[in-house]
Ligand binder design. Sequence first.
Ligand code: GDP
Ligand code: MG
Length: 325
Amino acid sequence: MTDRSAAAAGADAGGKLLERLLDGEPAALAKAITVIENAGARAAQVLAGIQSRLGHALVVGVTGPPGAGKSTLVSALVGELRRRGKSLGILAVDPSSPLSGGAILGDRIRMAEHACDPEVFVRSLASRGHVGGLSSAAARVVDLMDAAGKDVVIVETVGAGQSDVEVAQLADVTVVVCAPGLGDEIQAIKAGILEIADVLVVNKADLPNAERTVAQLEGMLSLRDPGTATVPVIATTATEGHGVAELSDAVEGRAETLGGSARAGKRLERIRQDIADSAAELLRRQLNDSDDDGLRALCRSVQRGELDPEGAARRYLADYMGNKA
Ligand SMILES: Nc1nc2c(ncn2[C@@H]2O[C@H](COP(=O)(O)OP(=O)(O)O)[C@@H](O)[C@H]2O)c(=O)[nH]1
Ligand SMILES: [Mg+2]
């Protein structure tokens, strides 16, 4: 095959894939996710092709400490939202898992009850090998699920610091889950996680001390925003489905309060962040590979004490932008 006919065949295959993806075909969605995980020209083509079809899905982030019952709760929430007629995409993100390609076994088992439902699409992402980092890989998978027509996309992440905040940036509504008797649950929540919560859940309400945990959280919230109760605290027993309808109401209510324009604004902010990340990455690569005279001269200036590294960086950027932008 000549280069040109190979490129044409690739474009055709990409075009068909895009069409099938936008029709919501589960196999095409799975294939498209693999394509964008592998990056390359075809990935760029798929990502460009979906941009005008984004913004339909409500993106719900679910985070909290390991063992709080997030996956069990997500499965119960999926059941409730299916009864409300919604189609769903679920993305489990585990920054600590070295497994690739998506088998987070426990989560798979917990989602098994939805395995035969074509309106429920489940995918896992592990930490390894994503160009541009885990959170941007997750954002792209969410976009694909959105483009495939899912009404709600749920992103579950283990509460492990930075990942929570990144989920919050990805999500329209962020649900923070904790459980009584996890020991450090309140500690984890104090460490910034409260700031990102739109809805707080105390799961395992069947265990002792659940009410006390609810009261503690409500106390912390009222200290933060005296007189306002914008973040509801909901007790659930995910294993029994208790409180799940109330949680669905809270999530859907929050989405309504937020409105379409706020969600579009969040999306623009995310795109801005993606562009900034890509620009920083390109510049880093350019600098690492660079052997240009300008950069070498700046190094010598720093060595002679004429400039500090930040000043040199500013000068390099000014020259670089002047010449290339
Ligand atoms: N008693 C009780 N156990 C639960 C509840 N929800 C989940 N679990 C159990 O807690 C464990 C951890 O659940 P999982 O969903 O994997 O938590 P995750 O790590 O936050 O995703 C599992 O053994 C669940 O069966 C609940 O409401 N009550
Ligand atoms: Mg889980």
